[in-house]
Design a protein around this ligand. Structure first.
Ligand code: TYM
Length: 331
């Protein structure tokens, strides 16, 4: 069993990335061969300032380590450092069908109304994601819920390659690991929008590098409604902001939403928000302290990424060589 996942260096790491993805990485590294990538080639599908991109790449590597991914146990690397990703992506571009990509909702969301002006890379983004996974023959992919459709596409591409080239077992069909608390954390300003590192409102996100005061302030300011918390889950229907804060409390404490409601049901946000702020500070602020410390040492981070890229290439290169042979290239 091999695990692969990636995070884009397109902004500061936020609570949704932590609860939906990185926390799973930390658990999985003890049992599986794990590979965690900073997907810089995905980030440039929308404009990135080159100086900032390099800083953000170090930021994501630092966040992996600060949150508990051990570079001795798991391979941490930058996508552009392993050529095999781009090589396989081209071949998979010729396997994936236009009709499949036309259905991708993330492209529609990110391209907006003016899709003529979106980059070609943004359109073919999910094929590069499939290459990231399949280039290691990864079997398991821990991600948040928003990646479900991309993972389905990766499975379809793997299946079509296996079928077209009559190599039925060449690529395993990767299993998404999505379930669990924290798979979909919403914005603190709008409970119907996903928390996202590219959100222009800093108060919408708790960033891993926020200090204790800022975390508490953002939770205090989070949008809510005037009603007390319900005692049953049903009572959260049509209350997206309340539901989100209950979900965050549950994900951070390891309790189910039902248990959170049995503790806080009937209480107002005047009681719940300070309890949530205390919990979030306890869990997130120490990661932020370590993250800031690591960011001050880019030489160390560059070393981790470079060594990781070598280890990753040692797995990926022979797989791409086999792919080239299968499709009929001279190898
Ligand atoms: P990215 O950088 O947008 O997000 C990184 C990871 O964080 C999860 N996530 C969330 N989970 C819960 N609630 C949220 N609000 C939230 N926001 C983000 C994402 O689901 C993701 O797991 N396409 C990927 C990057 C990628 C990748 C891959 C992932 C490229 N290649 C190969 C897995 C395997 C993305 O945009 O991640």
């Amino acid at each position: 069993m091999r695990v692969l996942s990636g995070i884009q260096p397109s902004g500061d790491m936020q609570l949704g990335n932590y609860l939906g993805a990185i926390r799973k990485f930390v658990d999985l590294q003890h049992q599986y061969d794990c590979n965690f990538c900073v997907v810089d080639m995905h980030a440039i599908t929308v404009w990135q300032d080159p100086v900032k991109l390099r800083e953000q790449t170090f930021h994501i590597a630092a966040a992996y380590i600060a949150a508990g991914v051990d570079p001795e146990k798991a391979v941490i690397f930058h996508q552009s450092g392993v050529r095999a990703h781009a090589e396989l992506a081209w071949i998979l571009n010729c396997v994936a069908r236009l009709g499949w990509l036309d259905r991708m909702t993330q492209f529609k969301d990110k391209a907006g109304k003016d899709k003529e002006r979106a980059s070609v890379g943004l359109y073919t983004y999910p094929v590069l994601q499939a290459a990231d996974i399949l280039v290691y023959k990864a079997t398991h992919v821990p991600v948040g819920e928003d990646q479900k459709q991309h993972l389905e596409l990766s499975r379809d591409i793997a299946g079509k390659f296996n079928h077209d080239f009559k190599t039925p077992d060449f690529f395993p069909l990767p299993e998404p690991l999505i379930k669990g608390p924290g798979a979909r954390i919403m914005s603190l300003r709008d409970g119907t929008a996903k928390m996202s590192k590219s959100d222009p409102s800093a108060n919408a996100c708790i960033y891993l590098k926020d200090d204790a005061d800022l975390i508490a302030k953002k939770i205090k300011k989070a949008k809510t409604d005037p009603e007390p918390l319900p005692t049953e889950l049903d009572g959260l229907t049509d209350r997206p902001e309340a539901k989100n804060l209950v979900g965050i409390y549950g994900a951070l404490s390891g309790k189910s939403d039902e248990d959170v409601l049995s503790e806080f049901g009937g209480q107002g946000f005047g009681v719940f928000k300070p309890a949530l702020a205390e919990l979030a500070v306890e869990k997130i602020a120490p990661i932020g302290t370590e993250l800031r410390r690591l960011e001050d040492d880019p030489t160390y981070l560059a070393g981790i990424l470079e060594k990781g890229a070598e280890k990753a290439a040692a797995i990926a290169d022979p797989i791409v060589r086999d792919v080239k042979e299968i499709v009929g290239f001279l190898v």
